[in-house]
Design a protein around this ligand. Sequence first.
Ligand SMILES: NC(=O)c1ccc[n+]([C@@H]2O[C@H](COP(=O)([O-])OP(=O)(O)OC[C@H]3O[C@@H](n4cnc5c(N)ncnc54)[C@H](OP(=O)(O)O)[C@@H]3O)[C@@H](O)[C@H]2O)c1
Length: 243
Amino acid sequence: MESETTMMRCAVFGASGGIGAAVVRQLAARDDVEVVFAGSRRGAVPQGPRIAPFQFDAMDEIALTQVVAGFGGTLDRVLVTTGRLTRADGSGPEKALRQLTPAALAEQFADNAIVPAMIARAVQASMPRDRASVFAALSARVGSIGDNRLGGWHAYRASKAALNMLMRTIAIEWARTHPHAAVAALHPGTVATALSAPFQRGVAADQLFTPDASAAALLRVVDGLTPADSGGFFAWDGTPIPF
Ligand SMILES: NC(=O)c1ccc[n+]([C@@H]2O[C@H](COP(=O)([O-])OP(=O)(O)OC[C@H]3O[C@@H](n4cnc5c(N)ncnc54)[C@H](OP(=O)(O)O)[C@@H]3O)[C@@H](O)[C@H]2O)c1
């Protein structure tokens, strides 16, 4: 049947997160989705029909490759919704340079840049070479160097800028090996999740998205991405953001 050939196989890394869980639920509810592999490092992920949970450690590249091989086929959508703004000990983000430490920088780069890059490396062999696919990772507008007028949040901003560069570099490589793929960094808006909870006070109510609203907007952007957009950085409404 023709409809079976167009059913999408999706993977969401970070499915225990506020935005990631909403993305998983919305993908799994779609008629054009066959399966959503829903991965988390340690958190609980949504359950339900067409959702296949998995665990991963992005810092173990051999184990990560084996996890992806276990999906048993190509992936049409890979969405990386992992990331952190504060450190594991609850500190951060920095308000001033004097608060910046090597450990803070290393931890933020690991969580926000290294994890998505290693996921891209692991799924590379599963991205189709002969038809359209999307690899998208959640970045943040504050990772835009050109848009940085407020300062602060040194490690988070720098780690997201590094993520954006990694996505652009992967896009250039995949334009040769996977010419129908689109690789993008996405800004989800300001979203009411555990990540933003300590910082929501100054945000106007109409500018604070629910995870469901953000996920719906992000999936609209993802659906519209083409190879011509590959390497780009886009907001939740599809507007390009300067690097
Ligand atoms: N919320 C916002 O307002 C906002 C704004 C701009 C950008 N973003 C970006 O959007 C993304 C998702 O944020 P969120 O608001 O949904 O946050 P969240 O609810 O705190 O979820 C974060 C997710 O990232 C995972 N994660 C963190 N570090 C990881 C690591 N080293 N390895 C594997 N998984 C890791 C967590 O998994 P565990 O449960 O296993 O720890 C969790 O699933 C982040 O990249 C964030 O920077 C969010």
